[in-house]
Design a protein around this ligand. Sequence first.
Ligand code: UT7
Length: 326
Amino acid sequence: MTCIRSEIIGFGHCLPPKVLTNDDLANMVDTNDEWIRTRTGIQSRHIADKDLTTSMIAGDAVAEAIKNAGISPEDVDLFILASVTPDNTTPSSATKIAGRLGFRAGIPAFDISAACAGFIYALMLADNMIRLGQIKTAVIAGAECVSKIIDWTDRNTCVLFGDGAGAAVLRAREGKGTSEDTGVLDVCIHSDGSLFDVLKTNGGVSSTQTAGIVEMNGKEVFKHAVVRLSEAAEQVMKETGISSEDIDWFVPHQANIRIIESVGERLNIPQEKVIVTVDHHGNTSAASIPLAIYENMLSGRIKKGDLLVFCAMGAGFTWGGAVVRL
Ligand code: UT7
């Protein structure tokens, strides 16, 4: 039976020009390149300068995605930005970007806060609105300046994160309703608020009148991340009726190479099919998945027609997964 699918017709990205290496960090806190590389897989990350904001890098990523999709800003019917580091508490950074890029007045534009799972949350919402026939074209983005909510004297957290933005354009297209279709084939999103305290900022607007800085029980996050990322990927593959052998690329959230490898092993996905960018991006939170996909499209590894499974997990806890044929 035919159905409406959301086809991803363009990606875009933006990374702040400044690169911070492990050796740079070793000059700032009591750490070293060997510890960071072996415990996290990270070698360098991009960091936004003081004047560079989330809406600026997100706007550049969205502009590139729109250009690559071959559409114009007036074609956009919905814009969702996933971020925990907005420019202003209100209005949303999505409206700021919508204004800058010339999206039509009247379209829904809003931010969502789902930490590292934010891009998948946005994908779920946009895909549902497209499949319901409410809209034809959606733009979703994940963008963060995590560096601005980091305690740069805390070696437990400051070595882990990076800044960046990734965006995708989704457009309605008729499919056959099978796993051979192009587009978003399945998405799942979840949360467990009982783990709120494990990874959080130590303040916020209504509690401390500040944005707060990131605090984390790394070991606890690690343990849950391996389980939840695997579960989400398993769920969407099962719902789509595919197995790990069918997929071309597995794109897990990029937080720690040891998490990525553990999840790949649990799912029986050979490491050659696992996309890794954490080495040079660090953990870019909501931007991690679109950045990883697009960068590997640019290098020619990920191609049109490839079957992708991705999954992400972050503060909240929030997590989710998706199956997409490009
Ligand atoms: O998207 C979700 C966001 N977050 C994550 O996914 C993070 C998940 N967690 C992790 O990636 C890992 O737990 C970490 C990389 C954060 C930490 O790795 P670990 O193997 O769990 O190390 P640990 O916390 O057990 O720390 C081991 C030691 C400690 O020293 P002692 O107490 O054993 O003497 C730490 O103080 O390593 C020390 N340490 C460091 N040493 C050098 C912690 N951070 C550093 C550092 N450099 N940057």
